[in-house]
Design a protein. Structure first.
Length: 111
């Protein structure tokens, strides 16, 4: 079954990883940073999808996730570089309501 929202998540996922989250440094740590950001982004999309059906739950989750991601910048380095890209992944998932059954399509499992 094809979900019409898949294109949105693929486009914003690539944009947040390749344009917004610009990791520098040697090849191996940079590859690990991109891989880690991909898995964290997928988890954030799954969490955002789970809370997207309730406005109050989505608002509380956005407050908590936004706070944690924003303050992760104090760790510096790759955490600071991935900050806005990870926020974008969660915001896109939480603002487009969908049932939990849409999570595999949204994170790209089974495409």
């Amino acid at each position: 079954m094809r979900e019409p929202q898949v294109v949105i998540f693929v486009m914003f996922g690539c944009f947040s990883l390749l344009v917004i989250s610009d990791f520098g440094g040697p090849r191996r740590p940079r590859a690990i940073a991109y891989l880690t950001a991909t898995f964290v982004g997928a988890a954030l999309v799954a969490l955002g999808t789970l809370v997207s059906t309730s406005a109050w739950l989505a608002a509380v989750a956005m407050l908590v996730v936004g706070f944690v991601i924003s303050f992760s910048r104090i760790l510096g380095g790759y955490f600071a570089a991935a900050n806005i890209g990870m926020l974008l992944a969660f915001v896109i998932a939480v603002t487009i309501p969908a049932p939990a059954e849409a999570i595999p399509a949204r994170v790209g499992v089974g495409l």
